[in-house]
Design a protein around this ligand. Sequence first.
Ligand code: SF4
Length: 420
Amino acid sequence: MNYERIKEKLEILADAAKYDVSCSSSGSTRKNKNKGLGDSSGMGICHSYTEDGRCVSLLKILLTNVCIFDCAYCVTRKSNDIKRAAFTVQEVVDLTINFYRRNYIEGLFLSSGIFKSPDATMERLIRVAKKLREEENFNGYIHLKSIPGASDELMQEAGRYADRLSVNIEIPTKEGLKLLAPDKDHKDFIKPMKAVQQSIKQYQSEKKLIKSTPVYAPAGQSTQMIVGATGETDKDVMYSAHYFYNKFQMKRVYYSGYIPVADDSRLPALGTEVPMMRENRLYQTDWLLRFYGFDVREILNDQHQNLDMDIDPKLSWALRHLDQFPVDVNRADKRMLARVPGIGMKSVHKIIQARRYRKLNWEHLRAIGISLNRSRYFITCDSRIFESRDLTGAQIKQQIMINSTSKYHNNFSNQLSLFA
Ligand code: SF4
């Protein structure tokens, strides 16, 4: 092996892969049954993130950064004058095994530019995963990117070796995609998603009848959207995410702020990065939809098309719906408790548990770990009223922001200071 050349390829192809954030591995339980290498369950894979929230525990590379497409927002686009490189299948296998043995990584995240055709590219990605599983007995986590436009047969084969498959929607609106990625068709994203979804369902129902049915993409599928490349609203982004969660049972949708990589009149100017706070707010909204029982239309709609940057989306919703508050923590149902700013789902369960034995007062709530700094404006309990109830939404917001020690608020202030 020519180590210098491999090192050079690694530098190029790991750098090109860094723009993809869809690499969480939660949800997989592939066990080490054959005394092979690795065990994707319980290894903390994807629970390590860099400070800015990116996952770092996987070897994250492109197979090649040669691409026949010319998506304006992508550093790998064919018209970009950059150094190109390509790994062979064996080189990726060797790197993965070497890095794994040295404890550098717990798995592989493999994507690729589209060389020749979607099928030729997908076929090569599958060969890497197949070799790792069948020849190297590798049981670590494998996340393969599905290439838009790849055939159903290849998608079906990919899921037999990968823990997770993902196709990046990339641009949240069809119009935006047409403008920035003229080689691509919205249908090319939908097709592999559908194929994977059907195969997951089919394998799951077969598993119920035949125990020895092999696993198929046990960590499901995910997708990523680039945010801020086409002037879309947060409503556009979250409605699109909502569609993919519902239609294709996505495990996760990731939101990645557009990093200007090209001087192109169709794109935001170089040096105008999307604030990290916008990503944070989108992730918070995503969380409210998946775990807190909110409907996307409650948070974003024609009257409210973008998320507040200075407060989180739950607080923002509560301030717009003060008529539904205060709620009595000793009587409110789970759904309404979960809507109180400052009360997370863990606390909701603790409240429901604790109130079986006593009427809860401020001291009890504090002991449970409720953030009274936020919640006290929205609840009553078995104590005298804490706050004057005639405050307006704007006054509550101001008081909370003054007292807030939230890391999000601090981040936001830091970002604002950059423009001061
Ligand atoms: S197809 Fe993928 S790799 Fe190629 S230019 Fe478009 S986004 Fe980049």
